[in-house]
Write a protein that binds this ligand. Structure first.
Ligand code: PHE
Length: 352
């Protein structure tokens, strides 16, 4: 889609665009909604096939943040930043780029709060915060932040998998359940630890050689090559990599009972929720179960929650929201995605 129609068709509020001349990177900050509070969302940093794709990703990810905060009633709006970097970006120019991005965040004066996301780390947030404070969450513990948001996001996703099992099998235990984790980064990698501790049979896919070596050679987990991910039989398919993996091409091939994972924007389009529904595959809406980092990191840094308190909040709120989503969907014969949207829209309408 071209930039003009992407922007015209989007239902959000504001997009800030900055071309970083020094590196050739494009920075997009998409503010989807400030209805419930100042917009918050991570900073995604990676090369995109073209500028349109980067903008499109920022717009969709920002909308997902709006729903993510609205479902559990967190007083924050939805936003997201995408830094589309050239493939050949010199690693030495990265810190300065992050500082210039931090300046932009500071100039926004609290319209947008950020944290880590795909392609950025807590160490990167330390650098962004040099110029972007006090609007930067998820710095390292050494720098006074709450650290990596991946593990606590994984904890919430794991709670979501338990609720899915409860709904499917009448038993929340993951003992003996076969779970395929796609993407073993900060969220997927930690999810695997929880799954193994719970006695699940874990299979995984990734495209990174070092990650494959670690999880396959060292931990002995079966590796599923990318070309067979969607055909592999399992109880739960857990997408924890990039978005758009549930679409008209992949859904007909799935051999799972449920999809529940940490990746943002798993559905290619809203019709894909109907496709899953028609196939009898239970879908845990991504923004309902991956709220952990976005909830806990600001909670610990701005509200003074302890780690234990943050974990409790995340687990309880994912459980409560997902049970409600499944119940509404079943009672009304609508998809779980439609049920989650409805819960979010009701809060957005009410403004609290
Ligand atoms: N990457 C997180 C998400 O997609 C966003 C986030 C993490 C925001 C940590 C603030 C702090 O939900």
């Amino acid at each position: 889609m071209d930039i003009e129609s992407s922007l015209r068709d989007w239902d959000g509020e504001t997009v800030i665009i900055q071309y970083d001349r020094a590196t050739g990177a494009w920075i997009f900050v998409a503010i989807h909604s400030t209805r419930l509070g100042p917009a918050g969302g991570g900073t995604r940093m990676k090369p995109y096939p073209d500028v349109e794709a980067a903008l499109q990703d920022a717009l969709r990810l920002a909308a997902a943040m709006t729903y993510k905060f609205a479902v559990p009633g967190i007083p924050r709006g939805g936003g997201k930043a995408v830094i589309d970097v050239p493939t050949e970006l010199d690693p030495q120019s990265r810190p300065a780029l992050l500082r210039r991005y931090g300046e932009l965040v500071r100039q926004l004066g609290g319209l947008f709060y950020t944290g880590p996301d795909v392609g950025t780390s807590s160490e990167d947030m330390d650098i962004v915060a040099e110029t972007g404070a006090p609007y930067v969450f998820g710095r390292t513990v050494a720098a006074g932040g709450a650290g990596d948001s991946g593990p606590i996001t994984a904890l919430g996703v794991f709670a979501g998998l338990q609720v899915a099992c409860e709904f499917l099998y009448g038993d929340a235990s993951l003992q003996g359940r076969r779970v395929l984790v796609q993407g073993v980064g900060h969220v997927g990698g930690t999810l695997i630890q929880y799954l193994r501790a719970a006695g699940a049979e874990v299979l995984f896919n990734d495209i990174d050689d070092a990650a494959i070596r670690h999880f396959h050679n060292e931990l002995g987990l079966p590796f599923v090559p990318s070309e067979s991910v969607y055909e592999t039989e399992c109880d739960i398919f857990a997408p924890c990599a990039l978005g758009g993996v549930l679409n008209s091409d992949t859904i007909p091939r799935l051999k799972c009972r449920a999809v529940a994972g940490g990746a943002n924007n798993q559905l290619g389009s809203l019709e894909d929720a109907e496709r899953l529904w028609a196939r009898g595959i239970l879908y845990a809406p991504d923004y309902v179960i991956n709220v952990g980092g976005a909830m806990a990191i600001p909670g610990m840094e701005a509200l003074g929650w302890s780690q234990a308190q943050a974990e409790k909040e995340v687990v309880q709120s994912v459980q409560k929201a997902l049970r409600q989503v499944f119940a509404v969907a079943a009672a009304e014969g609508i998809t779980t995605e439609a049920a989650a949207r409805r819960i979010a829209e009701e809060r957005l309408q009410a403004g609290t």
